[in-house]
Write a protein that binds this ligand. Structure first.
Ligand SMILES: C[S@@+](CC[C@H](N)C(=O)[O-])C[C@H]1O[C@@H](n2cnc3c(N)ncnc32)[C@H](O)[C@@H]1O
Length: 305
């Protein structure tokens, strides 16, 4: 018997009014079995800040997420984050979402945040079409942020890290995600970029982190450079998390039946890994097509077990 109902109850409209406790509105997808290990898990199709406001504080043990990168990709849905004309608006929007994440985290909870960097556009105001996948790239590039020059690396991850730190988060470490199979780049005046950042933030000074749960080579404490191959999920036309990147985050910072959050669920990788590890999950995704894709992946993994 499938544990999950694969029908979306909510159509994804971000403006639909409703009291914050209207669960049918938000809980698009829920486990059937009361008392089961994944009870209360949900995929919510909607805007993350709005949806999070309806959830009680202190719910999640950890959050593992990757928000849209700034000015990189059009997810073709009104209300999406990432298309802001300025970097400051983008950062402000994310700080607001993550303030809700912090409210809904347990006092000893953690946030693992992956975000990519980009370069200023120079004098180009448009992007070359992506021939392989028309939906992948954006058609316009925002102008160069104040204080930067053409060809400057923007430093988006650190700007976001400092903005979140200023908003009250404890910034505990940066992790370099080294991609041994990274995409080649057609650049000749700098090395090819093959890494991204993951930041570990906490709500409090003391927090749940089981350093014994995952050790590095020779049993040493885990290091801050993680080699993880990218693994595109073929049905998603955007960058998806490799499960091997999500798994250590969940292992180190939660126990079975704890709630794991991803407010930018995309194709559902965080929820799929959490479910496979018997953690409960809530995933929020603005684009109902992607939310459906996530539910399909979840149905597959749950039915197969
Ligand atoms: C980088 S992708 C996440 C990919 C995901 N980690 C995976 O493994 O598939 C970011 C996602 O955020 C979604 N998104 C953009 N704005 C949003 C918003 N305001 N609320 C909820 N989701 C949003 C996009 O539709 C996209 O699916």
């Amino acid at each position: 018997m499938a544990l999950f109902d694969s029908e979306l109850l909510y159509d994804g409209s971000v403006t639909r009014p409703g009291p914050p406790d209207s669960q049918a509105f938000y809980k698009a997808f829920e486990t059937e079995a009361p008392g089961g290990p994944l009870e209360g898990s949900a995929v919510i199709a909607g805007d993350s800040a709005t949806a999070l406001r309806s959830l009680p504080e202190g719910t999640f043990q950890t959050c593992v997420t990757s928000p849209p990168y700034w000015s990189l990709r059009d997810y073709h849905i009104p209300g999406q984050i990432g298309l802001e004309p300025t970097i400051d608006e983008y950062l402000n929007n994310l700080v607001k979402v993550f303030a809700e994440v912090r409210r809904t985290l347990r006092e000893d909870g953690t946030l693992w945040l992956n975000v990519g960097d980009s370069y200023t556009s120079g004098n180009r105001t448009w992007r070359a079409p992506d021939r392989k996948n028309r939906g992948r790239a954006m058609e316009v590039r925002p102008s160069t942020p104040d204080g930067l020059k053409p060809k400057d690396l923007i430093g988006v991850p650190w700007r976001l890290a400092f903005a979140l730190q200023a908003d009250g988060w404890f910034l505990r470490t940066d992790i370099i995600w080294n991609k041994p199979n990274c995409q080649p780049e057609s650049v000749k005046d700098r090395p090819t970029r093959c890494h991204e950042y993951i930041f570990l933030f906490t709500k409090s000074e003391r927090y749940f982190y089981d350093n014994e749960a995952r050790r590095g080579p020779n049993g040493r404490n885990l290091r801050t450079v993680w080699d993880v191959m990218t693994r595109p999920y073929e049905e998603a036309h955007f960058a998806t998390f490799p499960p091997d990147l999500v798994e250590p985050c969940i292992t180190l910072s939660s126990r079975p039946t704890d709630f794991v959050l991803d407010p930018f669920l995309g194709s559902g990788t965080t929820a799929v890994v959490a479910a496979a590890m018997r953690r409960r999950f809530v995933g929020i995704e603005l684009n109902p097509e992607y939310a459906r894709l996530a539910m399909k992946r979840l149905s597959n993994i749950i039915v197969q077990r």
